[in-house]
Ligand binder design. Structure first.
Ligand code: AHR
Length: 329
């Protein structure tokens, strides 16, 4: 009798723990975002809509969440860190299962991420890193190696001018100040070209990753710099804006001024195939499927790698012509 009772109690406990385990491990908290069903709720804070890359990234995340059966709460920060912090706090209040975000800038995240940690909500960084040394504040970081991208841009330049001795004047269009891709693409590029003193960055300014600012800043470069040989733009959109400025100044982009950009979105690849851009370093925005996979694993309490790197390549005009028709974004 006593034995039967203890078996019944043990069975009841097992059932209770199975129900509690539904929808997530410890880190996921007990809630499912107030959705009232078994769906995982993901709160995602996006940087904004500054570039073709970003639009493709948003689409990838929204489509992948839908096909993975994940309830996505999407918030657009319009390029402002304070909006992202607000969005993350809202996700905590709503008790979503997992929070993911692409940080506008690298610094200033510890307070809000500690709040998420204290609430038991796991955080995933996507696309961009933060500079906080406390890696316990997030479960993983999925995205590109931006330093490597800058290095690839520099490597192309070094090869292109191999054997030449004349000074090479470079202008640089940087991304958003303080953003990981702006910092890292700048430093990776600088690291490679510093080995040869003929390369000189004669002007370097932010174009905020946008076409409009890329064009405006290039106009000022063209007025203030007597000789520009190369433009290095931290993304396609700024490069495309700069092309408009170069053409308006009566110069031929890709010939009078060589152009290197990063991203490889369709518009950039089109300009590359037409010879207006000379080289593009790819940065893939299609992070959605991998992110949803990680969200599910984190929610199940599974161990995941601290860093998930995106696979990427580079393109010359000839390579762009070959892949352009199939380019999805
Ligand atoms: O963080 C990725 C960068 O952000 C892309 O290269 C750029 O186009 C975007 O705005």
């Amino acid at each position: 009798m006593l034995r039967r009772l203890s078996i019944a109690v043990a069975g009841g406990l097992l059932l209770a723990s199975a129900v509690a385990g539904c929808g997530g491990g410890d880190d996921a908290g007990s809630g499912n975002g107030g959705g009232g069903d078994d769906k995982i709720t993901l709160g995602f804070s996006q940087v904004g809509a500054e570039s073709g890359w970003r639009t493709a990234n948003t689409k990838s995340i929204q489509e992948s969440a839908a096909s993975a059966g994940i309830d996505l709460k999407f918030s657009d920060a319009q390029g402002k860190q304070e909006n992202q912090i607000k969005a993350i706090r809202n996700f905590i209040t709503q008790r979503v299962d997992v929070i993911a975000f692409s940080p506008v800038v690298e610094s200033g995240w510890s307070t809000v991420l500690k709040e998420a940690k204290d609430a038991g909500i796991p955080v995933i960084l996507t696309d961009r890193a933060i500079d906080d040394p406390d890696t316990s504040l997030y479960k993983t970081f999925i995205g590109s190696d931006f330093v490597e991208e800058g290095k690839k841009a520099g490597d192309w330049l070094v090869k292109e001018y191999n054997g030449k001795t004349d000074p090479v004047n470079i202008v640089e269009l940087q991304g958003t100040p303080g953003a990981a891709p702006a910092n890292d693409r700048k430093s990776g590029f600088a690291d490679v070209i510093k080995a040869d003193t003929k390369f000189k960055v004669v002007a370097s300014q932010t174009g905020q990753f946008t076409r409009t600012d890329g064009k405006a800043v290039m106009e000022t470069f063209l007025k203030s710099q007597p000789k520009i040989d190369v433009l290095y733009a931290h993304n396609d959109d700024m490069g495309l804006g700069a092309i408009e400025a170069i053409e308006a100044a009566g110069k031929k982009p890709g010939t009078d001024i060589k152009i290197i950009t990063v991203d490889a979105v369709k518009d950039g690849m089109t300009a590359l195939s037409e010879g207006k851009i000379n080289f593009i370093v790819e940065c893939s925005p299609l992070l959605g499927p991998q992110l949803m996979d990680l969200v599910k694993k984190v929610n199940n309490g599974e161990t995941i790698p601290q860093r998930v790197l995106t696979e990427e390549t580079t393109f010359t005009p000839e390579q762009a012509k070959e892949v352009l028709a199939d380019r999805k974004y």
